[in-house]
Design a protein around this ligand. Structure first.
Ligand SMILES: *Cc1c(COP(=O)(O)O)cnc(C)c1O
Length: 469
């Protein structure tokens, strides 16, 4: 089958669902005077992506190979989303106490959870090991902390031979140093990246082999080569380096100690159209061609995709409060700006978003196209979702939608101007040709903003002990 055509069909279905959802959100009053901006999540689309991910790897691994797809929680840290993915057989990759708490609140079992983070405290490590959650150590100092936690469990007591007394599968994260993609901030495998043990640094390979030889309980190896902006070929190269290292370690220590490879996430997302490209299937086939030994059943697999599972299933919709003209430029002032699209506003070259125009009733807007700015509500000049964009003219009362924002956007509120976190709603078919919504996250209230802004400590700086007596 022609994969572009297939991807196009999927994209068209998704766009149609999105258009219906925007209209329904206006009709049902989710979007209105009191709630001028909302985040919408396409439940059907999320389920489809989860199924595509599972199918893509099932098609290339040897039968019976254990595969855990762990969703990178940071991409969309919302409990109902994690629960939906759990229902689709997807686990969680967490990187902070907050993310671990979200995964647990969603009911993720320890076997479905992986802890990565470059700055784990002793308390976090202790909790993860007590729960039996998989941990990838970032660096030698962290490995020493894990050593200290393992030793007391040894039958010989402190100072005895460490034994595998934790149920946690444990590994080391390496930085394959294969280079950067087109976005520096999401390139984790540069020569000087802060993540993992830098594999090509002098002495690093020897240190790693020794670390595994000395610790029979280290059974995993992990790398995450980068996120958006990394070409597929570079992702595959990162995985190939990890596979080669695992083979070398197992050969040199004379046993198949590493039994699972965690290949990270990072599949890029197409923000330029509705087509899903690249696909999980393309990536899995490339891995099968370039690193066949990875999939022949000798290693279990862990993946950690984030953006590619959720981005295309989220839409921020905002009312156009005012439409004005400034220096000859049409400017639509909307309620979606830096607070919901932080990366796009601060780094528009790296993170351009498509903007769709809907009228006051939430219908797709046709009509004359003009060059215009789509601005947000925040008080700085750069608060623009799109600059100089040719699109149907947005008028007062219309709606502007920022597309493909299901990951790293509206779930990542930025508190500029004390703008409230918008409500997030999941949507799906109501069974009668319409759209039904469910609350995923309530909109924040201004009372909550006050409470989170020191409202309970109003006299902290003027009363005792700091105030003038
Ligand atoms: C961010 C991150 C991921 C997910 O990356 P995506 O580009 O969203 O797929 C996976 N693993 C680790 C360790 C990460 O930091």
């Amino acid at each position: 089958m022609d994969h572009d055509i297939q991807a196009g069909d999927v994209g068209a279905g998704r766009a149609a669902r999105r258009d219906e959802a925007v209209r329904a959100a206006v009709e049902q009053g989710l979007l209105g005077a009191g709630s001028p901006v909302v985040g919408l999540l396409d439940v059907t689309g999320i389920r489809e992506s989860a199924a595509e991910l599972r199918a893509a790897f099932d098609a290339v691994v040897a039968p019976g190979t254990p595969v855990l797809h762990a969703f990178a929680v940071k991409a969309t840290p919302l409990v109902p989303v994690l629960r939906l993915l759990r229902e689709e057989g997807i686990g969680a990759e967490v990187a902070s106490p907050g993310e671990l708490a979200l995964a647990r609140a969603a009911g993720l079992r320890p076997e479905m959870t992986v802890l990565d983070s470059p700055a784990k405290t002793p308390a976090e490590l202790r909790e993860a090991l007590a729960l039996g959650i998989a941990v990838n150590a970032d660096n030698p100092q962290e490995l020493e902390r894990i050593d200290a936690l393992m030793i007391p469990h040894s039958p010989k007591g402190v100072g005895g031979t460490p034994v595998d007394s934790s149920r946690s599968p444990l590994g080391i994260r390496v930085n394959p140093q294969v280079g950067a993609g087109s976005i520096g901030a999401t390139s984790t495998a540069t020569a000087t990246s802060k993540f993992g043990v830098a594999l090509r640094d002098e002495g690093a390979r020897e240190w790693i082999v020794r670390a595994y030889r000395d610790r029979p309980w280290l059974t995993r190896l992990h790398a995450h080569t980068g996120s958006q902006g990394i070409p597929l070929s570079l992702l595959v190269q990162g995985v190939a380096e990890v596979y080669a290292l695992a083979e070398e370690i197992n050969r040199r220590i004379g046993r198949r100690q590493i039994d699972t490879l965690d290949i990270g996430g990072g599949l890029p997302v197409n923000f330029a159209s509705d087509a899903t490209t690249p696909t999980y299937a393309q990536y899995a086939r490339m891995l099968a061609e370039e690193v066949p030994g990875l999939l022949d059943g000798r290693y279990g697999l862990v993946t950690e995709f984030g953006r590619s599972l959720l981005a295309k299933h989220g839409t921020v919709v905002a009312r156009v409060e005012y439409a004005k003209s400034s220096g000859g430029r049409a400017v639509a002032v909307t309620h979606a700006g830096v607070q919901v699209a932080t990366r796009t506003v601060y780094a528009p070259e790296s993170w351009p978003l498509r903007i769709a125009a809907y009228d006051a009733k939430g219908r797709v807007k046709e009509g004359p196209v003009v060059v215009q700015d789509v601005a947000g509500p925040a008080c700085f000049a750069g608060d623009l979702l799109a600059e100089g964009r040719s699109m149907p003219v947005l008028e007062q009362g219309d709606h502007a939608a920022a597309l493909d924002t299901g990951a790293y956007y509206f779930a990542h509120h930025y508190g500029y101007n004390s703008l409230v976190r918008p409500g997030v709603y999941g949507f799906g078919p109501d069974g009668e040709g319409g759209v039904v919504f469910a609350v995923v996250r309530e909109a924040q209230t201004v009372e909550e903003v006050v409470a989170e802004s020191g409202g309970a400590h109003v006299e902290a700086l003027t009363g005792s002990p700091l105030g003038l007596v």
